[in-house]
Write a protein that binds this ligand. Structure first.
Ligand SMILES: Cc1cc2nc3c(=O)[nH]c(=O)nc-3n(C[C@H](O)[C@H](O)[C@H](O)COP(=O)(O)O)c2cc1C
Length: 206
């Protein structure tokens, strides 16, 4: 019932029919198989315009703890693969649950790897849509705020708006959006991300 209802909602046009050749990489801050954050993030692939490729990077759990001694010209293979995926992306989605009032270590670790080498990092100037997800009513607001701040310090460009999804178990059911307000907010977030990634790059001041 909910699924059919949501399928109808999926027909809502968040985009104006443009075909956009764009590559969006999604980073999910939970490694567990039944993750709400991962479920919700996978559903975002329905909210991007035709022509857009969006996929979740599945290797965050394979990254070693950040260690400057490992960060050489030949970093571990998992790091090289992750940096290449970030580099190849036109834009990122960072989706985070909240652990003890902030973002999980796995996500912070990934951002740390992506932020180096300094001055030539994969994440530099990358537009990022940040969303936080929680079964609680607060929507993991602290994790979201911390993720935005950390991404900014790392050199990425988080969108001005971000989305917190509270009570996620009621917002997404069996992979379908069950709450149109959440679907609408996330659709608008994805539209802003595509717009930001389509905008001409602003050259840095010398
Ligand atoms: C170590 C740990 C700390 C947590 N701390 C918070 C918290 O500070 N705020 C919150 O809303 N939920 C907290 N939770 C509950 C998570 O929001 C919940 O487990 C959520 O389902 C995790 O996201 P996931 O479903 O994507 O794995 C915590 C869970 C764990 C395991």
């Amino acid at each position: 019932m909910l699924g059919r209802f949501s399928l109808l909602l999926k027909a809502q046009p968040f985009f104006d029919g443009r075909e956009i050749d764009m590559n969006i990489l999604m980073l999910v801050g939970s490694l567990r198989a039944g993750s709400w954050t991962a479920q919700l993030t996978r559903s975002l692939t329905d909210l991007v315009p035709a022509g857009t490729t969006s996929r979740v990077h599945t290797g965050l759990g394979d990254l070693p703890h950040y260690d400057q001694d490992l960060d050489t010209d030949q970093p571990p293979a998992s790091v090289a693969a992750f940096r290449a995926a970030v580099e190849a992306a036109d834009a990122l989605v960072v989706a985070t649950p909240e652990y003890n009032g902030s973002l999980p270590g796995v996500l912070k670790n990934a951002i740390d790897w992506a932020s180096r080498p300094r001055g030539a990092s994969a994440i530099a100037d990358k537009p990022v849509a940040v969303l936080s997800v929680s079964p609680s009513p607060r929507g993991a607001q602290w994790a979201r705020e911390d993720a935005e701040r950390i991404l900014r310090v790392a050199g990425a460009v988080p969108l001005e708006q971000s989305v917190g999804v509270p009570s996620v178990h009621a917002a997404v059911v069996d992979g379908f959006f069950a709450d149109f307000r959440v679907e609408k907010a996330l659709g608008e977030l994805m539209q802003s991300l595509v717009d930001a990634a389509s905008a001409p790059a602003v050259p840095h001041a010398a």
